[in-house]
Design a protein around this ligand. Sequence first.
Ligand code: RNT
Ligand code: ZN
Length: 418
Amino acid sequence: MTKEKTTQSAFEIAKERYAAIGVDVDQALAAMKKISLSLHCWQADDVTGFENQDAALSGGIQVTGNYPGRARNIEELRADILKATSYIAGSHRLSLHEIYGDFQGKVVDRDEVEPAHFQSWMEWAKANGMKLDFNSTSFSHPKSGDLTLANPDKGIRDFWIEHTKRCRWISEEMGKFQHDPCMMNLWVHDGSKEVPANRLKYRRILEQSLDEIFATEYKNMKDCIEAKLFGIGLESYTVGSYDFYLGYGAKKGKIVTLDTGHFHLTESVADKVSSLLLFTPEIMLHVSRPIRWDSDHVVIMNDDLADLTREIIRCDALDRVHIGLDYFDATINRIGAYVIGCRATQKAFLQALLEPAALLEQYETEGKYFERLALQEEAKSLPWNAVFDMYCLQNDVPVGEDFIAGIQAYEREVTSKR
Ligand code: RNT
Ligand code: ZN
């Protein structure tokens, strides 16, 4: 039997199996069509960007590994993204950081950047059926230090306020161009290695900076604010903590970004979804994988991811949740890293969509807790993989491990020669 035939017959059997517990597999597949992932451009080049290839990564984040083949310029990065998306079902978005502008070899400081520097990206994205998202970049710059938007020094603070305002303007133009809102993520690393004399001081400054940045109303972009637990070298205090941004987002109607690596390791990010949905407009995700710290390992299909995606589906919140990825691994083939993380995220969403939700709810309403737990357990090993294979087949991307050979060939012919 050909792979196509086995996929088809396994799918038919799975479909029957799911129907027996009240799950409509075709409906789940239709829902998958609406899920687009926002690929983070920075996995392709270890968060280097195009300002300066030799600049050190700062801001408390770290990339480890020196696997050959990192994208060194805009052409290589675009080619790598297209290669990766050729193995990922569906249509997706690309999340750009400001340092990935098309600067044409010119020095463009962060307070000088404008939409023109992203015109070629907008056209490229359109030509390739992708939408763009955006991020301001406060790290890897001489003025980054430990404090940017929360800096008591007005000169430095104003520099970053100007940068962030310009990034919102760029996002607005991207949104207009693509007829779809551009999600702009604001993350600053501001913090300190030791406990400061006064924690409130810096949070008050950050609040004022944000108010100034958000003073302009835009229609084609959406603001997302990302908290963090700590950065390397900034372990004792993070100005933009989760409490800070949750409070700010709830008060000012801004979208809170949940990066799955930015919480205490036993804290459930999934459990936050339903509360955010009640008090903030939408949710932005940075799907990542922390190992012992915010290590940004490649996303895999683990329990944390399954919990998170299940929660989003149980809340029927696909329309209000934006799924961005955020990890950087320089120890393996970087294009392969994209494909693994994206496919894992898609698999987790599909499993969540295939949950026998109605029956579980019924058991719960009837107080049948043994039955609820038993079915939750059985659901884990239902043949969701046959449905995922069909999803790949329908979308013309390799079924199962077949993409490995494609990545190997690209490495042989392209990335290993860089
Ligand atoms: C850092 C944040 C942030 C960055 C990217 C590069 O801990 O997660 O989102 O990873 O902006
Ligand atoms: Zn993040």
